[in-house]
Design a protein around this ligand. Sequence first.
Ligand SMILES: Cc1cc2nc3c(=O)[nH]c(=O)nc-3n(C[C@H](O)[C@H](O)[C@H](O)COP(=O)(O)OP(=O)(O)OC[C@H]3O[C@@H](n4cnc5c(N)ncnc54)[C@H](O)[C@@H]3O)c2cc1C
Length: 457
Amino acid sequence: MADHNFDLVILGSGSGGYAAALRGAQLGMSVALIERDKLGGTCLHRGCIPTKALLHSAEVADVTREAGSYGVNATFQSIDMTAVNKYRDSIIEKLYKGLTGLVASKNITFVTGEGHMTGPKTMTVNGENYTGKNVVLATGSNTRTLGIEITGRVITSDQALQMDFVPNRVAILGGGVIGVEFASIWRSFGAEVVIIEGLDRLVPNEDPAMSKVLERAYKKRGIEFKLGNRFKTVSQDDNGVTVELENGEQISAELLLVAVGRGPNATGFGFEEQGVAMDRGFVPTNDRLQTNLPGVYAVGDIVPGLQLAHRGFMHGIFVAEEIAGLKPLRIDEWGIPRVTYCEPEIASVGLTEAQAREKFGTDSVSIYEYNLAGNGKSNILGTAGVVKLVRQNNGPVVGFHMIGSRAGEQVGEAQLIVNWEATPEDVAPHLHAHPTMNEAIGEAHMALAGKPLHAHA
Ligand SMILES: Cc1cc2nc3c(=O)[nH]c(=O)nc-3n(C[C@H](O)[C@H](O)[C@H](O)COP(=O)(O)OP(=O)(O)OC[C@H]3O[C@@H](n4cnc5c(N)ncnc54)[C@H](O)[C@@H]3O)c2cc1C
């Protein structure tokens, strides 16, 4: 059995793992990056990138349908899933090639195969030992299924991304991020869609103001949703799948997408056997991303918290810098920007109104909602929505929530405002280019600073 020694050994090459590898190499470490599948992980191959490519095809379909209202003569005919998938794969392939080249150019040792922790700082892959002065666990997440068998007509996002046809009618279990994104895609592609959500609103992790606008938009788009009702059973036969809800209602569809969240992929690789403390399958860390074992770090989706690719990137960079002794700034979970890429998109950062009232006291918080009806660019694009700000009285903006087409592109400024603890008065004097949707952020801050411009209330 051969032994290989490195400064840094990383298990898993998704967003968290490869970011740690790149930053570690940049800082002069010798790095081994172990991967059983493809460099890039969930985000690149089965998550962020393919879903956003499909959402872009969906947007093109919607724009084509509505072309006449913009004075453009075009007719929507149909969706060619083979061509959609070819476009999606071309994006993945290009990014995959770029990332592979980047990793190779940094002299990172890429090891192909499933790794198992066989010593506190040793991973064994295909009979070879890779020992690091430090190791990073970055094995990511899997779809949760709540005990529902994934087979035939009952699928997860993994199978949904491989489909070569548009279903006639699809049921989606879960009205969170992945559920509402697929609902958006399939509806734009022409399917009937029904979402089943156990809580009383869509996107239940967002501020309720976002759920309200999304529900109105989905109703208008003909997307059905059943709220406040959990599923009881799922059955399927040659003709379709039936979901029975706890209230006895039965929902039939051609396919059922199970989108009830993702769980950690951290068991079966020897972590526990080597003494890594686990919590319900996750690998908890301190705020320096260290596990209970010295020199063993964890990053990305296996660490309890938001399961987002950019959190993984930042975790990876943080760990490499921490090991190098650079004392990076702690990553505040609450300041991580979040985007849901359905149509209309939702962008948020910081606290919801309820969270802020709970944290600072009910009367110590002010809110302002700026309606995109007053925003020129939103009118040009034909989108409805709001910007909702939550501020601590006489203090900073602690929550930003926006819904509208392309709202995701606005989250950058919002996350600087929230993370830099800017007050509305700090933001109000700064110009926002006209006509942009970004202007709505400026307008909302001006209004909250007591000097509204294009605002009726
Ligand atoms: C449908 C979908 C859409 C999403 N959209 C977005 C989005 O728009 N924006 C966003 O920020 N996030 C999105 N996410 C979430 C995002 O993909 C994850 O947060 C991110 O990929 C987590 O990175 P990670 O490095 O922790 O894990 P992963 O990306 O899951 O990578 C883990 C890697 O480890 C490998 N591995 C696991 N075990 C072993 C082992 N024992 N040996 C060797 N290799 C191993 C796996 O093969 C995998 O490549 C989406 C997820 C899904 C499923």
